[in-house]
Design a protein around this ligand. Structure first.
Ligand SMILES: *Cc1c(COP(=O)(O)O)cnc(C)c1O
Length: 218
């Protein structure tokens, strides 16, 4: 199967209101260009340095999404070009993104990563912390960041019931947070193994890697 065909297959199974983020982490620029030539413009990476290198080398109309965990001391390497940061999970991090965005005279869009999985390993904020942050004066002072949605990762399991419950939880949290913060539009949930389920649970942004580019070799 070619990258182009894989993309077409996913596109035909995806409603138009759902944004497909092609997750190109670990993949060479030639693979990204194959997807680009097939019309794909939104790509996701999970390492800031790798994303910055790809940004330098590739066409400038690509929209780059940071989908991985963000270390505060590396925000400066992507502040000039990143389009959406999915893994925003603390006010400290948001303040640093705001600071770096201000230097670039930009406003950077971010998603609140919410912890929905049972597993301990997953990053993300608890709902109550997200609510407290959105209501705080300190948050309202930040002029160079905008929270445009939520992101979540389900537990890595074959148990569809559990994954469904976790996706439903994120949709419910999104609905609740939206009553406090009307800028929220995006629900980023669903990967290669579960994006159809995620869409059925209300996702409007899916992050798909291996189903487009094949398995990754680390
Ligand atoms: C790698 C990754 C994906 C894509 O995973 P696939 O199973 O290859 O589709 C999605 N989201 C995040 C946060 C990732 O790190």
């Amino acid at each position: 199967m070619s990258i182009k065909q894989n993309l077409l297959d996913i596109k035909t199974q995806t409603p138009e209101h759902v944004t497909l983020v092609a997750v190109s982490k670990t993949k060479p620029n030639s693979d990204i260009m194959e997807a680009y030539d097939a019309g794909q413009r939104v790509f996701g990476e999970n390492k800031i340095q790798e994303m910055a290198d790809k940004f330098e080398a590739l066409p400038k109309d690509i929209s780059w999404h940071m989908i991985g965990h963000v270390q505060r001391n590396k925000v400066k390497y992507m502040a000039s070009f990143v389009n959406l940061i999915h893994g925003m999970d603390s006010f400290k991090l948001l303040k640093e993104i705001n600071k770096q965005a201000k230097k670039e005279t930009r406003v950077i869009d971010c998603l609140l990563q919410i912890k929905i999985a049972e597993e301990d390993a997953k990053f993300g904020m608890a709902k109550v912390d997200a609510i407290n942050m959105l209501q705080s004066d300190a948050f309202k002072e930040l002029q160079n960041v905008r929270i445009t949605g939520v992101m979540g990762m389900a537990t890595f399991t074959d148990d569809q019931k559990q994954v469904t419950a976790e996706f439903n939880r994120l949709k419910t949290i999104f609905d609740e947070l939206k009553t406090l913060h009307s800028n929220l539009e995006i629900i980023s949930m669903g990967m290669s193994g579960d994006y159809e389920l995620a869409i059925n649970c209300g996702s409007n942004m899916i992050r798909v890697g291996s189903s487009i580019f094949g398995e990754r070799n680390y």
